[in-house]
Design a protein around this ligand. Structure first.
Ligand code: SF4
Length: 430
């Protein structure tokens, strides 16, 4: 991202408005988080979760083998996908001839661009997360992994609902929610395929998904097929480890001690109540599929970017990042925002994309690391990407200019004839 693009973004009135509206949600989140942290031994919890992730990534291959073995034994069909393309095609095949699918919020689905792909195949994809649904309805962009629609004003939502569905809704959060609930409920009951992500997978064969809204419970129970799209770095040894991650995700993600619901899925729905014969699909899905996505993660294990695999996508680092605070989702990747988004963009999409999405904007202040429950050293990884940028000539013109001036004139501003008359129109940071 060059200086002109940043300048345009800074002058963008719409972005300023989004920031103002989003600021209220961010403030509420910070208050909730600090209250929960007062009652939590945060350092002990951070140590514990970091240890779980370190151990899991160190032993990922063994844990993965064990998980696949257990899942297949209990009737979950596991499909391994090495790339985004492969993952999309596997999901497409599982969907078969169905024309509508319902889905929940998922970063990895965004990473592999699943929704765009399924729509291009003529499949109706319904977002059932309230925030994601509103973002789509209002033709907006999602700006935060946990609070995607927190930047949209109520009057805009009401107007879009009226325009697109003809429904009359009052300008209140309660009235909008009543509409969203009944609109989505109708579609969820109609769909025969539900797609969700997962927060954690265990070597013992469990898929763990946390939520507050209740849509994931419906999407994973009512349709006949449940497709889970999750990445390999979600695997941990035990259900106890998974619960620790759920707790950390809830505290740092939403400022709540625990989420409203934790779904633990370890087989398709089944009963043996009729003649003692085991039948699948009693009230829940007949088929559960896990699409296990690698997409470059195996390579990251032994690289300088390994720590990015510890990330649980809680979004807490965004609340601390001064650059994200100004540019919101314009800083970082499409699926993952902020500094950690830059690192993941580099790992999953490449150097040019990381450069375009703002690798040089990071101030390396370290606020994200302080905030992160995994203590992930994001600034250090950003520095490594910059080194790679320099080696490959991805540099900002202002940086090149600064270096040339320093070499030539001994200062970053260029030739200075009269020091007293010097007017500085640039500011450089070491
Ligand atoms: S880097 Fe840390 S704080 Fe940021 S989303 Fe990942 S786990 Fe959460």
């Amino acid at each position: 991202m060059d200086n002109d693009t940043v300048k345009k973004l800074l002058e963008d009135k719409r972005l300023k408005d989004k920031r103002d509206v989003f600021g209220t949600s961010l403030k509420n989140y910070r208050i909730a988080l600090s209250r929960v942290l007062e009652e939590t031994d945060a350092d002990a919890l951070k140590d514990k979760v970091r240890h779980i992730k370190e151990f899991s990534i160190n032993n990922l291959n063994d844990l993965k083998k064990e998980m696949i073995r257990k899942m297949e034994k209990s009737g979950i069909r596991v499909h391994e996908a090495s790339s985004s393309k492969e993952a999309r095609e596997i999901v497409r095949e599982i969907i078969g001839n169905e024309s509508i699918v319902v889905k929940s919020k998922s970063n990895v689905m965004r990473e592999i661009r699943l929704v765009e792909y399924l729509r291009s195949e003529g499949i109706e994809v319904v977002e059932t997360d309230c925030g994601d649904f509103l973002v789509e309805l209002c033709e907006e962009e999602d700006i935060h992994p946990v609070l995607p629609a927190a930047h949209i004003r109520l009057n805009e939502i009401v107007e879009k609902i009226r325009q697109k569905t003809g429904a009359k809704v009052e300008e209140s959060a309660e009235s909008i929610l009543t509409f969203v609930r009944s609109y989505l409920r109708e579609r969820i009951t109609k769909a025969r395929v539900g797609i969700t992500g997962a927060n954690v997978l265990t070597a013992g064969g469990a898929i763990v998904i946390l939520e507050n809204e209740g849509n994931i419970s419906l999407v994973s129970r009512l349709p006949e097929k449940h497709v889970v799209v999750a990445t390999i770095d979600k695997i941990v040894p035990t259900l106890e480890d998974a619960m620790t991650i759920c707790k950390v995700q809830s505290i740092w993600g939403t400022g709540l001690h625990m989420p409203s619901y934790i779904n633990v899925i370890s087989s398709p729905s089944a009963t043996a109540d009729i003649g003692g014969v085991k039948l699948v699909g009693a009230q829940g899905p007949k088929e559960v599929h896990l699409v296990l996505v690698d997409n470059g993660r195996s390579k990251m294990i032994n690289s300088e970017f390994r720590e990015a695999l510890y990330c649980i996508n809680c979004g807490a680092c965004l609340a601390a990042c001064p650059v994200y605070g100004v540019l919101l989702n314009n800083y970082g990747g499409d699926a993952y925002h902020g500094g950690i988004g830059i690192v993941k963009t580099y790992c999953f999409e490449g150097l040019k994309e990381a450069f375009d999405r703002g690798v040089y904007l990071c101030t390396t202040c370290g606020a994200c690391r302080e905030m992160c429950p995994l203590r992930i050293n994001i600034p250090e990884m950003v520095r490594k990407i910059r080194e790679e940028c320099v080696r490959n000539k991805f540099e900002l013109t202002s940086n090149v200019e600064m270096i040339e001036n320093t070499r030539k004139y001994g200062n970053p501003f260029g030739k200075v004839e009269n020091l007293d008359a010097l007017e500085l129109d640039k500011m450089y940071c070491c």
